[in-house]
Design a protein around this ligand. Structure first.
Ligand code: B3K
Ligand code: ZN
Length: 844
């Protein structure tokens, strides 16, 4: 397969000013009529005329009304065209029911829907399918189905047809079409400019009762973007459609967002607190793309982080404002460290702006999204919130309507603030996570902080340069009083020292407050100092992180030496638990341990080959020690956290349930599951039933509850995804592969539904000891099913193949078995470009 390079970018040879599309929908033979108003690009480097097109049958084509016989190959259409504006017309046939890749136009549960990002439009008709070609679209849909939707504003509709017009020029990846027997949850919003916007969430009949929360989140997002970024909505309607078969969470098509039903549908009975929070964030994310992605899009796919990093940063700010900034920052750091640091440290490491790719769909990664968002956060810290707002205003005014680049983005900040961002820009090009080493000295009232940064090599990038690191520090005195409040140090060199004068005594350092830069801190602080910070730090992130780092060390020691945890560590946790002045959500997150995979990383970083079986035993042991240590107070806290009244998915109630359910999981280690059975029987919402069922499955019980759950929910696809996932995720290590295999034979297992596939195999990967069972049963099972899935849906198969990315960390037995599984996938005849690229990179 061909590798595409950023350095080879050339402007398009022809531009499209306007597109007329007509769809005559049919499940197996849909006709698409297109009329492209084109002209030569004055800035073009070549005159060659090429339109992308894949898996489509050309029926007829014309230029300026005259039939042509263009040259067609597997990637598109070539012809010679006039050196002046012209009209290209085509009629093509496509087969939506045969489209199991879920890219282009496809069927899901009887409805037609589309997914065009990144390169799906070329499966709909011949077109310059690249984001720097932007056009206005008029779309006519002909079908007997009652609801016919596309981008923009409705123009006219009649019996069996509807017409839409999108006045905002857009790239083809933002095109969307939906047709089906759908019902809507309507509402409306008045913009700050006084314009009325009709809002709809469209769902299959029966799902109407699961839309209210998503609608509320949409209205909150619209308001927030006006208040915080000054950005108002720009069409008369905003439609959201829920689709069961979807490769990702959702898609920001202009005026017609299409959502995985798991990312929009929720009711108290069927969705957990975590589901509600995720839905709120995804609704916001897709809505925010209207400005950061749609009004200003990307010049080419290498610039993906321009829209994704910024939009993730915006949705993180939104969630922080809605639900509390401290816990949100902790949650984001947990995800970044667990997934992005892991990606950055392995064979799949790539810069936030990659320099090359084979299949762009393989680069919708935690690095592009989450590290991309961290870069924006660092920029905001460095220039300050007011300058950030100024730069964003300039970005929107200067680049509205553009397909922009990272250079454009940085230029805006340079122009708005006068700051030179040359070195800062390296964050976009250099892969890998910087390690920040810290040492301290104190003499005669002067405290010196010595910092040095070093980034380990990554594939294709052996040498690394120092980056600009914004490092927020504070100093405390021995009694816990803050003597130097949060100060931002700007590190630019490989090694640098920072001096603080006129101190009475040696201070206690609180560094990287609020996780001010995405780096790995190499700092040996004693257990006593960390325990001190856990109880005294004024920065909530570092307070949590001190406890986290202690817990990580305890888990590493317990894994290596089967040691017992220090009493002082358990006392520290119990003190946080008892402290009723602390937010329950914060207490819950302090009381939860690093994951088994985090411990594997910590061991690997310490030069020890991780043994997932031993890690699992250590985690189980620590949980039992903690359960015993707090058993005198856990029933009281569990009872205190009871939420009365109707279920509300807000942060306050969710935080109480989160702490209560942490207690439940500890209590069930000692009471044989009595309390969990009671909670399961009495639960009137999914958060409480799922937590109870999880607690039971984790102690090897819950068979009756599992059966009752299936009986109650067999008709609800989203709840059944939980049923599939929990069994695999909570299985004992030696039973995980067998459980997953058994579930693939269940009548409700559906290879064509990505949510169901992820429920089983995403959970198998997440069950670290089960996935790494030394027999290799899970590796082989996953390989078998990835091979089957790849033939139908390359994008999802490729994404899940990343489960094998850390194979080189493990012992010879596991390495051999993982390499064999990867090689078997790689050797499969006809393997997709997507999965081929992934397994090739993973094998290295
Ligand atoms: N932009 C889409 C992702 C499209 C993925 C294509 N493989 C969702 C989002 O980031 O908002
Ligand atoms: Zn996005």
């Amino acid at each position: 397969p061909q590798t595409i390079y950023l350095k080879d970018y050339t402007p398009p040879a022809y531009l499209v000013d306007h597109v007329d599309l007509r769809f005559v929908l049919n499940e197996t033979k849909t006709r698409v009529f297109s009329k492209l108003h084109m002209r030569p690009n004055p800035d073009a480097a070549s005159e060659a005329f090429f339109l992308h097109g894949e898996d489509i049958t050309l029926i007829a084509a014309k230029i300026d009304g005259t039939a042509i016989d263009p040259q067609i190959d597997a990637t598109g259409l070539h012809h010679t065209v006039p050196n002046a504006p012209f009209i290209f017309e085509a009629e093509v046939e496509i087969n939506p029911s045969a489209n199991t890749a879920l890219e282009g136009l496809y069927m899901s549960g009887g409805m037609y829907c589309t997914q065009c990002e990144a390169q799906g439009f070329r499966k709909i008709t011949y077109y310059p399918d690249r984001p720097d070609v932007m056009a206005t679209f008029t779309v006519r849909i002909e079908s007997d189905l009652p609801v016919l939707l596309s981008n923009g504003n409705p123009v006219e509709a009649g019996d069996g047809w509807a017409e839409w017009h999108d006045p905002w020029p857009k790239p083809a990846y933002l095109f969307a079409l939906v047709a089906g027997e759908l019902v809507n949850h309507p509402d409306h919003f008045t913009t700050m400019a006084g314009k009325e916007v009709a809002l709809n969430i469209w769902v299959r009949p029966g799902d109407e009762g699961k839309c209210a929360f998503g609608m509320q989140a949409l209205k909150q997002s619209m308001k927030w973007d006006e208040d915080v970024y000054g950005r108002a909505y720009d069409l008369a309607v905003f439609n959201i459609v829920a689709v069961d078969d979807f490769n990702m969470g959702a898609m920001e098509n202009k005026g017609l967002n299409i959502f995985n039903s798991a990312a929009v549908l929720a009711s108290p009975e069927t969705a957990t607190d975590a589901n509600f929070e995720r839905i709120e964030a995804i609704i916001a994310h897709e809505y925010f793309h209207n400005w950061t992605g749609n009004r200003i899009t990307c010049r080419d796919w290498f610039q993906l982080c321009l829209k994704e990093g910024l939009t993730v940063f915006r949705d993180q700010q939104f969630t922080g404002d809605m639900r509390g900034a401290a816990v949100k920052r902790i949650d984001d750091a947990i995800v970044l460290r667990a997934h992005q640091f892991r990606e950055d440290a392995g064979p799949l490491a790539h810069p936030v702006r990659p320099a090359s790719f084979v299949e762009i769909n393989n680069f919708y990664t935690v690095t592009v999204y989450e590290k991309g968002a961290e870069i924006i956060g660092m920029l905001r810290r460095l220039v300050g919130p007011e300058n950030y707002d100024k730069a964003l205003d300039l970005y929107f005014s200067r680049h509205d309507g553009d397909a922009a680049t990272i250079e454009d983005w940085l230029q805006v900040f340079e122009d708005a603030t006068g700051r030179d961002l040359t070195q800062f820009g390296k964050w976009y090009a250099q892969a890998g996570t910087p390690h920040l080493s810290v040492s301290e000295s104190f003499e005669d009232g002067t405290y010196i902080l010595h910092l040095s940064q070093q980034t380990p090599p990554t594939p294709g990038q052996p040498e690394k340069e120092p980056l600009v690191l914004p490092i927020a520090v504070g100093l405390l005195d021995q009694r816990g009083t803050e003597i130097v409040p949060t100060t931002l140090l700007e590190m630019t060199e490989a090694s640098q020292s920072f001096t603080f004068d006129d101190l009475q005594d040696r201070p206690v350092l609180s560094i990287l407050r609020d996780f001010s830069a995405p780096v790995i801190l190499k700092h040996t602080q004693s257990d006593a100092t960390r325990a001190f910070l856990l109880s005294h730090d004024t920065d909530p992130f570092n307070r949590w992180d001190a406890g986290r780092s202690l817990a990580q060390d305890v888990l590493v020691r317990m894994t290596r030496d089967q040691a017992t945890p220090d009493q002082s560590f358990l006392d520290g946790l119990a003190a946080v638990l008892r402290d009723d002045s602390l937010d329950p959500a914060f207490r819950a997150v302090v009381l939860s341990f690093p994951s088994e995979d985090d411990t594997a990383t910590a061991l690997f970083d310490a030069g020890v080959t991780p043994d997932p079986t031993a890690i699992h035993q250590a985690h189980e042991a620590l949980t039992l020690y903690l359960a015993q240590h707090v058993q005198d107070i856990s029933p009281r806290i569990y009872a205190d956290m009871t939420v009365t009244g109707p279920y509300r998915p807000d942060a306050a109630d969710a935080g109480r349930r989160s702490l209560g359910n942490r207690m439940l999981s500890l209590m069930s280690k000692l009471d044989g599951g009595k309390q969990a059975q009671l909670q399961f029987a009495q639960a009137d919402n999914m958060t409480q039933s799922q937590a109870a069922l999880t607690a039971l499955l984790k102690i090897g019980k819950g068979a009756d509850e599992l059966a009752a759950f299936e009986t109650a929910w067999h008709a609800d696809r989203l709840v059944m995804d939980k049923w599939f996932g929990l069994q695999v995720g909570c299985a004992a290590p030696e039973q995980a592969a067998g459980t997953a295999r058994k579930l693939t034979a269940h009548p409700a297992f559906d290879l064509k539904n990505p949510n169901r596939f992820r429920a089983v195999f995403g959970s198998l990967k997440a069950n670290a000891a089960g996935f790494h069972d030394p027999t290799g049963a899970s590796y082989a099972l996953l390989a078998d099913w990835l091979i089957k899935l790849d033939a139908l849906n390359p994008q999802t198969a490729a994404r899940i193949s990343a489960a094998f990315d850390a194979w080189k960390r493990y012992d010879a037995n596991r390495q051999t078995k993982m390499r064999t599984a990867l090689q078997r996938i790689a050797d499969t005849p006809g393997l997709s470009r997507d999965t081929t690229e992934m397994v090739t990179r993973i094998l290295g």
